[in-house]
Ligand binder design. Sequence first.
Ligand SMILES: N[C@@H](CCC(=O)N[C@@H](CS)C(=O)NCC(=O)O)C(=O)O
Length: 215
Amino acid sequence: MKLTLFYAPNACSLVPYVTLTEAGADFDVREVNTGAQEQKTADYLSINPKGKVPVLVIDGEPLTENVAIQQFIARRFPQARLLPTEGLAEYRAISLMAWFASTVHPHLTPHARPGNYTDDPAAHASVQRVAKQALWADLAIAEGLLAGREWFFDHFTAVDAYFFWCFRRAGQFGFDLSEFAACSAHFARMQQRPSVQAVNAYEREVMARFAARAG
Ligand SMILES: N[C@@H](CCC(=O)N[C@@H](CS)C(=O)NCC(=O)O)C(=O)O
């Protein structure tokens, strides 16, 4: 099986990068420079008409949406135990990932791209203020779920990889996240994992390549 991940630095394509690495999967990476709008080119849109990363191309067939990609990886590499498979836990894992995708992620994007939410530049600060309040409510829920636990389930899963990206992205906007002690401890635990160290190093390389190309 040939796997190719379309990946952009800082973006949520980090999620399947970490999960594929945790799975021990053999995969290629195609770097997408979203700063240069490569995701909106005709070539890219022919792979993903949504013009977003990630895409995981599986034997030539594109699969989009982190919720689906994470489940694909977990089922394809069962020995890595990347999602619970028993009882309600299986569905609670999907429920959490759906929440990250449908709610938490949209409360992050306005801090990078307020223009996606209003065509009035004077309203950017207001959009960001409201998104931050909503993000804080999300993080308070995650804090409750992680309190006293190492991982969302009884061992590391793809859900942890996904939440790691959400929390990392929030930190990249310069927010002080220290009040979320359990989330911060989860983040620190994730930073120790070789998969995360690999993606951090790879991200630095890609960003340096893009910067060199931009001159
Ligand atoms: N619902 C999608 C979200 C994908 C998404 O929004 N990706 C962002 C990066 S985090 C992107 O490609 N943005 C580029 C753009 O909007 O032009 C998923 O979970 O896979």
